[in-house]
Design a protein around this ligand. Structure first.
Ligand code: PGA
Length: 244
């Protein structure tokens, strides 16, 4: 895994935004895999600013988000759909029909997961997958467990993950759904290139284990060691465990 350490979250976000903007210019039909959460907020701010300054054309870009809460979709409070529209999609020229999302409200979860896998395949696969990492080492909503489903699936969320998400529900943890739909590890590892961002001291242990520990379902991000083109972008706080 290629490691890059930045002096601040802002510097990291600026660099990655420039990389993504350059990739869109070079490949106007690029397929992006996108995350939600606190970490990508600075990235999306920087991307929106760059898009404005450089008149970046998103009309050929396709996107697939990593995950969504079961029961939520569209603009529902706390939904990742809403997060993405508010923080990125409403501010760039991506076509609505090019935005791929799991529908957490689907009555047939298995069919919805299969549809998503087919949609990614029909788009030609994901060119650049952007990831955050949970403090417990999850990516997407692939939580630590004994057996990781390979493909897009329904997952029961861990309590710390629900607590970390309460901020999207006005701080009310009881409003956070107990389950989600998520790309699986094989879906993620099939991307041609992966960038994982981590910022802040809360990610120190997860980052260290991901990069220096063995490959284990107890730390799903460790599977990224199997991918030939992964860049790990850290701020100094998240990298502290590596320098020790
Ligand atoms: P965070 O979440 O960016 O809100 O810390 C990252 C993740 O859980 O993947």
């Amino acid at each position: 895994m290629k490691l890059e350490i930045y002096e601040s979250e802002e510097a990291l976000a600026q660099t990655l935004a420039s990389t993504i903007a350059a990739a869109i210019r070079a490949h106007p039909n690029i397929v992006l895999g996108l995350p939600t959460g606190r970490t990508p907020l600075a990235l999306y701010r920087a991307l929106v600013a760059l898009t404005r300054e450089e008149h970046l054309d998103w009309s050929g870009v396709r996107t697939f988000n990593l995950d969504e809460f079961v029961g939520l979709g569209d603009r529902a409070v706390g939904s990742y759909h809403r997060f993405m529209h508010e923080n990125l999609f409403d501010h760039v020229s991506v076509r609505p029909e090019h935005i791929g999302f799991l529908d957490g409200r689907s009555p047939d979860v298995d069919a919805e997961c299969e549809r998503y896998e087919r949609a990614i395949a029909q788009a030609g696969g994901i060119d650049l997958m952007v990831l955050g990492i949970g403090a417990n080492g999850h990516i997407g909503f692939n939580e630590p467990c004994d057996v990781l489903p390979a493909r897009t699936h329904r997952v029961v969320l861990e309590e710390p993950t629900r607590a970390a998400n309460a901020r999207w529900f006005g701080g009310n943890m009881s409003a956070v759904p107990r389950a989600a739909l998520s790309m699986g590890m094989a879906t993620i590892l099939n991307a041609r290139e992966v960038v994982l961002m981590a910022t802040g001291e809360g990610k120190v242990d997860a980052v260290r284990e991901m990069m220096t520990g063995g490959i284990t379902t107890e730390l799903p991000a460790s599977f990224l060691q199997l991918h030939p083109r992964v860049t790990v972008m850290l701020d100094e706080a998240a990298a502290a465990g590596l320098q020790a």
